[in-house]
Each structure stands twice: as structure tokens, then as C-alpha cells.
Design a protein around this ligand. Structure first.
Ligand SMILES: Cc1cc2nc3c(=O)[nH]c(=O)nc-3n(C[C@H](O)[C@H](O)[C@H](O)COP(=O)(O)OP(=O)(O)OC[C@H]3O[C@@H](n4cnc5c(N)ncnc54)[C@H](O)[C@@H]3O)c2cc1C
Ligand SMILES: NC(=O)c1ccc[n+]([C@@H]2O[C@H](COP(=O)([O-])OP(=O)(O)OC[C@H]3O[C@@H](n4cnc5c(N)ncnc54)[C@H](OP(=O)(O)O)[C@@H]3O)[C@@H](O)[C@H]2O)c1
Ligand code: HEM
Length: 482
């Protein structure tokens, strides 16, 4: 018998009223949203379900909802007596109002979640609290990670994995079977004390995304401020003789769109850089069997989120750019030169004058064609990476296919997007903007260039051979051992 902080946990010695073989009768305590949804799903899965209520006097609307589940309505005591498995679909605060004396020797399935605020006076989970209230029963934590909506709509949205935790192997077996019968995948989480973690799961709020959001948010803000200083302030201070307010309207679309492109490319560099750093560290240490520093480990684990955020930025940039990719919109070097004619132009109703007029043909130059195609190819490849990262798609790919998409296609996208930037602005690559600031076209390439140089070094045959050996398990012997 194991101990949990002085509290006995193994419960296989409790005599359960579980019928031999697989019990198909179920009691659900509570006629609330969750109790009804679970009852309905269990009935659809071939179970005989009795819903236990404090009072059978319900309003007509509620009665219709309960009848629609296909379950029978009974008093709490009668419902509990009719089944060995009891789902407690009642909030924790009301556990002690249940007829605890008749729950003896039953398997109690605790479906409750922790408080949304995260504040609780007790370290114990709801499931452990219920176990303390009824020591002669066995409590199993399950189903809390799914919503009533998911149960009703057949599990199309959201995760279909259900963590299960209990201190009794027999009860675990029963509940795991129930979870399977209802079309979900049970995940064995071990003893009941794991319910502390399980109860927190549905309340987590973008835990895996926080780091990536922070990195991308800070980069975006810095880039936006730099663009504002360059295009709105610096130009007015150093070039214009009088203050030109018209450039300020560009902060809405032009600045925003350029910044999206630049930060998307920087972020794509940040997705592939940690793999390169990891490679050099492995070469230096001569083994893959030593832990990376915490910052690198975090960075490596953040790549998926960084990648998906960059895809969102690149997609938005592509959409806006298609709207403004036009000869009249400052791309004269990307389109064929306009035809220039001299024409009589009406200045006002009575006055005409002869002016030079540009007539633009919407034909891109070779450079314009290349620039646009590279951007579109990069976005297309990145979309494939994004699709491959959907769990349903990932599950259908072999490890080799997934690695090909994420690594090879991802690197190709990085190259294509970098060339898209370089072809657009190669003449700005060595000059700085007024006020000694680098152009966005330049700093978009900082991380991608470091990635490409690092990758080229790691592709040198002798270096690559050693890296492949290390990643296959080879370990360099210390000089004293050699
Ligand atoms: C739109 C988009 C979607 C993405 N979706 C996903 C996704 O669903 N899942 C995903 O994982 N990434 C995703 N990414 C990130 C990226 O594509 C992958 O991480 C990709 O596998 C990186 O390839 P790589 O060749 O740089 O590195 P890898 O081949 O992954 O790494 C290089 C080497 O570093 C070492 N290494 C890497 N990670 C670790 C680690 N955690 N512990 C120890 N050693 C390590 C290994 O030795 C490895 O051989 C996505 C990126 C984008 C742009
Ligand atoms: N809703 C969800 O999507 C969801 C998802 C995961 C987990 N859960 C968990 O499931 C449990 C039930 O949630 P719910 O949304 O169904 O709640 P709810 O709509 O408030 O229903 C709770 C039911 O508990 C019964 N009950 C028994 N004793 C009670 C008492 N003393 N006071 C008040 N009600 C009492 C009531 O039914 P009778 O009047 O018929 O007795 C009531 O309808 C909670 O622990 C919750 O954390 C819910
Ligand atoms: C269909 C896809 C795409 C189209 C149509 C497109 C189009 C454009 C256009 C028109 C510009 C010039 C913007 C301006 O100067 O105002 C531009 C710039 C840029 N694009 Fe794209 N692009 C695409 C995809 C991408 C992708 C996927 C990336 C990066 C991952 C990217 C990164 C950049 C960068 C860094 C710039 C330079 C911004 C600057 O001038 O500072 N683009 N793109």
C-alpha cells in the first residue's frame, strides 16, 4: 500500500459492487448540462443509464431535455442502487449533500474541474476530497477535460484523449472501458493524486504559446517603432523642408505590412536557428547525451508556436501586398518603365496646359516577376508546414514524411522568403537609411543569414559526417580515456 502524504492510497482491497465482466449500467448524479450530456452519450454507447436527482419535480422544459437523453430519471438513492458505476456530475461544493452512505463499495467517477480563478484553500483535488468523504468507495478521475458540448456533438472538436487517474486497478479497468465505449481515448495518468494536475488541464490558458507570443510581440513592437522613426519622423526632420503630415497615414497599412513581412522573416529565422545552435553544441560536446542549456531547450520547444505565428503574419502580409502590388504604388523598378507622352491637361474648367504624362503598363520586369513568385512560393510552402502541424494530419504522416515537410520544406521556404526580400531590395542591402538606421529589408535578413551560414558549415562533408554520427549515438571519448 503506497502512501500519499500520510494518506493511504491503494484501494484494491475495497470490495467493489462491480458485476463480474463488463458492467453496462451507469448512474449519473446531477441533471445539469454535464450530467445530461454524459448520460446521453452513454445511452448512445449502449449503456443503461439512470440519472439521479434531488427532486423529480422539474419544469416541463427541463423534463423534455432529460427525456431526450434516453436515460431514466430516479431519486439519487434509487439511481445509485441501480448501478455499480456512479458519475458524480455535481459541483464539489455540494458533494457533502449527496447520500454518501449509499455510495459505499461503488466506483465513483469524479468529472469536476478546479476553480477558474485557480485559487483554492485546499491542496487536495476535488476527487481526493470526494474519496475522503466516502473512504469505502473508489474514486476515479475522468471526463473533466471534455465539455458538455463536446459530449453532445460527438467529439468532433477538441481533444478526444481523456486522462484517467485512480488508486484501484479494477476501477481503472472499468472506467477505461467506459471511456473507450463512449468513443474517446483513455490516457492512464496513474494514482488519484494525479487528479490535481488533471483538474487544472481544462483551465490552462495558452500555456505553450506564451513564450512565442512574447517573442513575436516584442519583435513586432520594436520593428513598428523603428519603421515609425524612419518613415514618419526621420524623413520629416532630415529630408522634408516643411513638415509633411501625409506620410503619417502610411502607419496604418504600408508600415504595418512591411513590418509584418520583416518580422515574419525574422521569426522564420528564429524557428531554424535553435536547431543550428543545437548542432554546434553537439559537435562541441561530442555527444547528444547531455542536456541543452535551459534557454535552448525552451527555444527548441517553442518552434512550432513561433512557426504558426509567423505563418499568420506572412499570410496577412501576402494578402495586403497583393492589394498594393501595383505600378502606381512605388514599384517602378519592379514594373516596366511607363510610356511618357506630352498631352494637353485640363487644369480647371477654363484652363489647359501641356504636361508630361506617364502611362503605366502593368507588366512586371524580370525582377518583379521573380520577387513576387518567390514570396508566393515561400507562403505556399509555409502553408504546407502549417497543415502538417495539425494533429490529425501529423498523425497520418510517417516520421520521415513529417521531418521532410518540417525540415526540408521549411528550409526551402526560408531561402525563398529571404530571396524575396533580397530581390526586392538588393540595392539597399549595404546602405543604411537616413538617421543611420538599417532598412527593414536588411534586418529581416539578419537571422536567416546566420541560419544559412551555420547550415552551410554543418553541411561541410567532414562536419556533417560527425554530426550524423553524434545524432546516431556516437560519443567522443575524453582525451584521458583515448
Ligand atoms: C508553419 C510552421 C509550422 C510548424 N509546425 C511544427 C510542428 O507541428 N511541430 C514541430 O515540432 N515543429 C513545427 N515547426 C517548427 C519547425 O518546422 C520544426 O521544428 C523543424 O523540424 C525544424 O527543423 P530543423 O531541421 O531546423 O531542426 P531539427 O531537425 O528538428 O533539429 C536539428 C537537430 O537539433 C536537435 N534537436 C532539436 N530539437 C531537440 C530537442 N527538443 N531535444 C534534443 N535535441 C533536439 C536534434 O539533434 C536535431 O537533429 C513549424 C514551423 C512552421 C514555420
Ligand atoms: N458543463 C461542462 O461543460 C463541464 C465540463 C467538465 C466538467 N464539468 C463538471 O461537471 C459537474 C457538473 O457541471 P454542470 O455544468 O452540469 O453543472 P450544473 O449545470 O450546475 O448542474 C449541477 C447539478 O448538480 C445537481 N445537484 C446535486 N446536489 C446539488 C446541490 N446541493 N446544489 C445544487 N445542485 C445540486 C443538480 O441536479 P438536480 O437538481 O437534478 O439534483 C444540478 O443540476 C461540475 O463538477 C463541473 O465542474 C462540467
Ligand atoms: C503571396 C505572398 C507574398 C506577396 C504577394 C508579397 C509581396 C510583397 C510586397 C508587395 C512587398 C513590398 C512591400 C512594401 O514595400 O510596401 C513585400 C516585401 C517584403 N516581404 Fe513579401 N510577399 C509575400 C510573401 C512573403 C513571405 C512569406 C515573407 C516572409 C516570410 C515575406 C517577407 C517580405 C519582406 C521581409 C519584405 C520587405 C519589407 C520591407 O520593405 O521592409 N513576404 N512583399
Amino acid at each position: 500500500m503506497a502512501s500519499n502524504g500520510g494518506y493511504e492510497v491503494a484501494r484494491d482491497d475495497i470490495e467493489l459492487g462491480v458485476s463480474p465482466g463488463h458492467s453496462r449500467s451507469l448512474c449519473v448524479l446531477g441533471t445539469g448540462d454535464f450530467g445530461r450530456a454524459l448520460a446521453q452519450r452513454a445511452v448512445a454507447s449502449g449503456y443503461t443509464v439512470t440519472i439521479g436527482t434531488r427532486s423529480k419535480q422539474k419544469q416541463a422544459d427541463m423534463m423534455k431535455l432529460i427525456e431526450a437523453t434516453g436515460a431514466t430519471l430516479a431519486s439519487q438513492v434509487d439511481a445509485i442502487a441501480a448501478a455499480d458505476l456512479v458519475v458524480v456530475a455535481v459541483a464539489r461544493d455540494f458533494y457533502d449533500s449527496l447520500p454518501l452512505h449509499v455510495l459505499k463499495n461503488k466506483v465513483l467517477i469524479d468529472v469536476s474541474n478546479g476553480p477558474v480563478s485557480g485559487k483554492t484553500l485546499s491542496l487536495r483535488s476535488n476527487a481526493e476530497h470526494l474519496q475522503e468523504l466516502v473512504p469505502s468507495a473508489v474514486v476515479v478521475k475522468a471526463f473533466n477535460v471534455v465539455s458538455a458540448y463536446l459530449l453532445e456533438t460527438g467529439g468532433i472538436q477538441g481533444s478526444k484523449e481523456i486522462p484517467v487517474a485512480t488508486d484501484s486497478e479494477r476501477a481503472r479497468h472499468q472506467v477505461v472501458q467506459l471511456v473507450r465505449d463512449m468513443g474517446f481515448t483513455p490516457v492512464d495518468m496513474g494514482p488519484l493524486r494525479m487528479s490535481r494536475d488533471i483538474e487544472k488541464m481544462p483551465l490552462e490558458f495558452f500555456r505553450d504559446w506564451r513564450g512565442a507570443f512574447a517573442v513575436v510581440g516584442v519583435l513586432f513592437l520594436i520593428g513598428y517603432i523603428a519603421n515609425f522613426i524612419k518613415f514618419q519622423l526621420c524623413k520629416n526632420i532630415t529630408v522634408n523642408e516643411t513638415w509633411d503630415w501625409s506620410v503619417f497615414k502610411k502607419i496604418l497599412m504600408t508600415n504595418f505590412n512591411r513590418n509584418l513581412g520583416v518580422i515574419a522573416l525574422e521569426t522564420l529565422g528564429a524557428v531554424y536557428l535553435p536547431g543550428i545552435i543545437a548542432g554546434f553544441l553537439q559537435l562541441y560536446r561530442g555527444t547528444k547525451y547531455s542536456r541543452f542549456p535551459a534557454w535552448l531547450d525552451r527555444w527548441l520547444r517553442m518552434r512550432k508556436q513561433l512557426g504558426l505565428l509567423m505563418l499568420a503574419m506572412a499570410g496577412t502580409h501576402g494578402c495586403i501586398s497583393l492589394g498594393i502590388y501595383h505600378p502606381h504604388h512605388q514599384y517602378d523598378w519592379l514594373f516596366e518603365a511607363p510610356k511618357t507622352i506630352r498631352a494637353e491637361v485640363e487644369v480647371n474648367k477654363t484652363f489647359f496646359e501641356t504636361q508630361t504624362v506617364n502611362i503605366w503598363f502593368h507588366h512586371p520586369t524580370w525582377r518583379g516577376e521573380l520577387f513576387l513568385t518567390l514570396g508566393a512560393v515561400a507562403l505556399c510552402l509555409l502553408a504546407i508546414l502549417g497543415i502538417a502541424s495539425l494533429p490529425s494530419v501529423t498523425a497520418r504522416l510517417t516520421w520521415r514524411e513529417f521531418a521532410f515537410v518540417q525540415s526540408k520544406l521549411g528550409w526551402t521556404a526560408l531561402m525563398a522568403a529571404s530571396l524575396h526580400d533580397a530581390v526586392l531590395g538588393w540595392e539597399f542591402m549595404v546602405t543604411s537609411y537616413k538617421c543611420y538606421m538599417p532598412t527593414g529589408l536588411q534586418y529581416a535578413l539578419y537571422l536567416p543569414i546566420i541560419c544559412v551560414i551555420g547550415k552551410l558549415i554543418q553541411l561541410i562533408p567532414a562536419v556533417n559526417r560527425r554530426l550524423v554520427e553524434i545524432r546516431s549515438g556516437w560519443v567522443r571519448k575524453a582525451s584521458s580515456e583515448a
